[in-house]
Design a protein around this ligand. Structure first.
Ligand code: HEM
Length: 353
């Protein structure tokens, strides 16, 4: 028989517990959303800072928005195995999906105006591992930290302060070297004429467990054709896609992958600092670009070339950029794929899969 004389239990402790749990959840959401730390640099803020004055272009990458897909192979010569146990450095040929692109948030930007060109790669191996990389043709990055990259976008967009860029440059003197490169490097006639550089540093581990901090470059086999400013102007807004399509139809295009090993003391955490020319290098294989495919229907369209997608034998270093890039690329990827209807496939291809 139940003891009817006992008084009912007070509901207050349970209510207080529920209130504490709800408060903790709200605080966790608020922290994640950055409401408690408005100064914190979030991936959404950094991606927002890349938007052009008219706003981000729906459906497209929030940076490097103009590009074209390719397919090909990575032919590994086996020399990379001394540096990394990654499967793609064992001798063999591995499939590649990639993208040539321009460093601009505007998919309609003129090729003659975009100073920085990019190369993105995904290499797959039969054991299911993969490596993704997104490189640019500048020899070093304009700034030393992700926070400085954000501050640079803000200074560039700040129309209220005519001295915003001067103030930025005074606080970030490393940008002067990039400005000098941008003002003096030759403009070439083709994506195939460019050398593309990782700029970020990564750690390679070989089968003996030895670690080396490295950067890499893809060095073109083509002899670069440089353009005068007049020739560049005459080429028009979209010459790069047409040129690479025609060139690859005539013959596959090749780049040697060269890995550069850091010496102790080299600036591994700072992509604005190039390493001295005399560093040990190893040529580990060749990228062969065999087919060009327009982006709307191409295999690179829905790929996120996140530089932290690395196989066993490669990992991130003390360089803070890959993690910041990974988070920003994810925000951009989620936004652009949610805006699918704004970047339709060509009508003949039907609905996007
Ligand atoms: C904090 C610094 C950086 C930020 C915030 C940033 C941001 C972005 C974003 C949002 C995208 C579009 C991603 C997508 O939608 O898939 C992108 C693409 C790209 N970025 Fe960065 N980036 C940074 C640093 C770099 C660096 C250091 C390099 C080169 C060394 C680089 C090279 C590229 C390339 C080549 C692409 C095109 C990738 C593709 O083809 O999908 N970025 N970046």
């Amino acid at each position: 028989m139940p003891d009817k004389s006992a008084s009912p239990r007070s509901p207050f402790p349970a209510l207080i517990l529920i209130a504490v749990i709800v408060a903790a959840l709200v605080a966790a959401f608020a922290y994640t959303a950055g409401w408690l730390t408005p100064q914190r640099l979030t991936p959404a803020k950094i991606v927002g800072s890349l938007a052009p004055p008219g706003g981000a272009v729906p459906g497209f990458r929030r940076n490097h928005a103009k590009g074209i897909c390719f397919s090909g192979d990575f032919e590994s010569n086996g020399s990379g195995a001394a540096l990394s146990k990654a499967r793609m450095f064992m001798p063999g040929t591995f499939p590649v999906t990639g993208r040539f692109n321009l460093a601009t948030p505007d998919p309609k930007a003129s090729d003659a105006m975009a100073r920085v060109r990019g190369l993105s790669l995904r290499i797959l191996t039969p054991d299911g591992s993969e490596w993704r990389s997104a490189m640019i043709d500048a020899p070093f990055f304009p700034v030393a930290t992700p926070q400085a990259f954000y501050d640079l976008q803000r200074a560039l967009a700040n129309k209220n302060d005519p001295e915003a860029m001067q103030k930025f440059a005074a606080a970030h003197p490393e940008i002067a070297a990039f400005g000098a490169w941008a003002g003096s490097a030759p403009w070439t006639a083709s994506y195939a004429d460019e050398r593309y550089n990782s700029l970020n540093s990564f750690v390679f581990t070989n089968a003996d467990g030895q670690d080396q901090t490295v950067r890499w470059s893809f060095v073109p086999a083509a002899k670069p054709e440089t353009l005068t400013p007049d020739e560049l102007k005459q080429k028009g807004a979209n010459f790069l896609d047409a040129e690479i399509t025609q060139r690859v139809q005539s013959a596959p295009q090749r780049w040697a992958m060269v890995v550069t090993v850091a010496n102790p003391g080299d600036a591994t955490a700072d992509p604005s600092k190039a390493w001295p020319e005399d560093r040990h290098t190893v040529e580990v294989g060749t990228l062969v670009v065999k087919t060009i495919e327009p982006e709307p229907d191409g295999p690179c369209r829905d790929l996120n070339f996140d530089p932290t997608v690395l196989p066993s034998g490669m990992r991130v270093s003390d360089d803070p950029f890959p993690a910041a890039r990974s988070a920003a690329y994810s925000v951009s990827f989620n936004r652009r794929t949610a805006e699918d209807k704004d970047y339709p496939r060509t009508p003949s291809q039907g609905a996007r899969q």
